[in-house]
Design a protein around this ligand. Structure first.
Ligand code: SAH
Ligand code: MG
Length: 216
């Protein structure tokens, strides 16, 4: 049986604003619990309002490690005002810019998981540029343009420890199914082609790969 979150954690996850369906969330959680056994931090790119972060934080708590979550909190292209995935509640009224950080903090606090999470606020490539620590788990769920998805892969995949997991969200092999482009799919293909990662599982658009070799 794969590890599953306790009912209160699952309820907090389901109540949180965001873009992670429940079945994929359960697969994400099980992978995070497994990777947590390596004793290394779990890292997410794409915090938004903390929906998936709740699951990583709970897995981190269980493993006695930290969940790290990267976002500039200004939203992806498709989340900006006028676009399909825009939520007016995410706009800072003073600046007129998206700011998902306050909602994220509220969400993690209410779930009782604040102390297990470190929020890294900034652009993913800028943070990755000075990263040195091996990670047990990297979950890529950030920007969906080729520029952003490629930079997330190049910035973070090299830090996945041997035996650790690389997860990619919004992988749509069929262009008929995709909502925001196929860049995550191209990154997934690149990870497999590198020879450094082997596919473990697929749940809808979530892919779980294990680091099985060098050469990212
Ligand atoms: N994991 C979330 C959804 C993430 S949405 C959930 O479960 O609901 C994607 C997020 O990636 C957005 O919040 C956006 O601000 C962030 N993002 C996009 N490009 C980024 C970049 N280059 N650096 C940091 N964050 C980025
Ligand atoms: Mg996503």
């Amino acid at each position: 049986m794969p590890a599953a979150p306790e009912p209160d954690i699952l309820a907090a996850f389901e109540a949180a604003k965001g873009f992670m369906p429940v079945d994929e969330g359960l697969a994400l959680y099980a992978a995070a619990v497994e990777a947590g056994r390596l004793g290394l931090p779990l890292l997410e790119v794409g915090t938004y309002c903390g929906r998936s972060t709740i699951l990583l934080a709970d897995a981190a708590r269980e493993a006695g490690v930290s969940a790290l979550t990267v976002d500039h909190h200004r939203g992806s292209e498709e989340q900006q005002p006028g676009w399909e995935y825009h939520d007016p509640e995410t706009v800072d009224p003073e600046l007129g810019l998206m700011d998902t950080l306050p909602t994220f903090r509220r969400t993690l606090h209410k779930a009782g998981l604040e102390e297990h999470v470190v929020a890294l606020v900034g652009r993913s490539p800028q943070i990755a540029a000075f990263w040195r620590m091996p990670l047990g788990f990297v979950f890529i769920d950030g920007g969906h343009t080729d520029e952003h998805a490629t930079a997330d892969y190049e910035g973070w995949a090299p830090h996945v420890a041997e035996g650790g997991l690389l997860l990619i969200h919004d992988v749509f092999p069929d262009p008929q199914d995709e909502f925001t482009g196929q860049a995550p799919y191209r990154v997934y293909l690149r990870a497999l082609a590198s020879g450094a990662f082997t596919e473990v599982s697929a749940t809808d658009s979530l892919r779980v790969l294990r680091r099985t070799g060098p050469g990212v």
